[in-house]
Design a protein around this ligand. Structure first.
Ligand SMILES: [Zn+2]
Length: 306
């Protein structure tokens, strides 16, 4: 497909080009780290959220299936916890056997991780198929707070929701009530021909680090900065700046305002965001989790000191 302008209006601070460049850069970092570990690995793409990332990886010139192959294993839980995990595992393993899926001894499941139900169920099914595998979970999320389960690694991708929920699906969903139906287990990308997002990712991934992607027609045509994006970008940059200051102020001391609460105990008030602590922050000022501030307050991780 020749480069075209993709008709999609972003509502965040990034243009379509920004989002796709972000996806390509992170995908490269993830895959490059795996390759450099020198541990033969199978990367599992378990559904739509990681699919465009995996598509990028498979088109980099560093892609080497001997060191790290990528396999697509649709497994769609929709956040629902299994009533019978063993039954689901048995049924899913039949599908893996149908396709003669072979894993390298180190397995990484890449996915957007929220409740963790989906990635845990897929991990459980793969482990059931081969109990000897070392399975790791890598999350691609918009921030560190999203995942409710422990994961091996988290990669922060601001545009992640676009690739998982908004852009066209390239992986067919496969729900537990379909696990017994072999014909519905599709382990390839779908509908790629008329999908400009997929074509843009393929073309740019092939060129990544060889030329400056900003010079490509794909990027030029899709870097459309609307007034809305401009406004959001200013807000986003301000927030990032506040977070940077917050991080730099970690563990330094600040002078709190001293207040007396309604039970006549001493508490602290933050002079910046005016949030009030409880009494335990006064007793343990070094435990910053006891004093909650506004999200962007520069004192969030600082130590109150009278
Ligand atoms: Zn504060």
């Amino acid at each position: 497909m020749n480069p075209i302008h993709i008709n999609y209006t972003c509502n965040g601070h990034q243009t379509v080009s920004d989002c796709i460049k972000e996806l390509i850069e992170i995908s490269y970092n993830i895959y490059d780290e795996i390759i450099k570990s020198n541990i033969p690995t199978t990367l599992v793409c378990g559904g739509q959220s990681p699919s465009y990332f995996c598509l990028a990886m498979m088109n980099f010139d560093i892609y080497n299936s001997d060191q790290c192959d990528i396999i697509i294993l649709p497994h769609s839980k929709g956040g629902e916890i299994s009533t019978d995990q063993t039954k689901e595992n048995k049924e899913y393993c039949e599908r893996l056997k149908d396709k003669n899926i072979i894993f390298k001894s180190n397995v990484i499941i890449l996915d957007g991780v929220h409740t963790g139900t989906g990635i845990n169920a897929l991990s459980s099914a793969i482990q059931y198929y081969n109990t000897k595998l070392q399975i790791h979970k890598y999350a691609i999320n918009v921030d560190y707070l999203i995942s409710k389960i422990p994961v091996t690694k988290t990669y922060i991708v601001k545009s992640e929701p676009l690739f998982s929920d908004t852009f066209p699906r390239i992986i067919k969903s496969f729900k537990p009530n379909e696990f017994t139906q072999s014909s519905k287990f599709i382990t390839q990308f779908i509908n790629m021909d008329d999908n400009p997002i997929a074509n843009m990712i393929i073309d740019l991934s092939k060129l990544y680090l060889k030329i400056n992607l900003d010079d490509t027609l794909w990027i030029k045509l899709n870097h459309v900065v609307t007034d809305e994006i401009n406004k959001n970008k200013i807000i986003y940059d301000e927030q990032q700046n506040k977070l940077r200051i917050q991080k730099n102020n970690r563990r330094i001391k600040f002078k709190p305002n001293i207040k007396i609460n309604s039970f006549k105990y001493k508490v602290y008030e933050c002079p910046e965001c005016l949030s009030c602590s409880g009494t335990s922050a006064v007793k343990n000022p070094y435990d910053t989790s006891l004093f909650s501030h506004n999200l962007y307050c520069k004192n969030k991780y600082s130590i109150p000191c009278e």
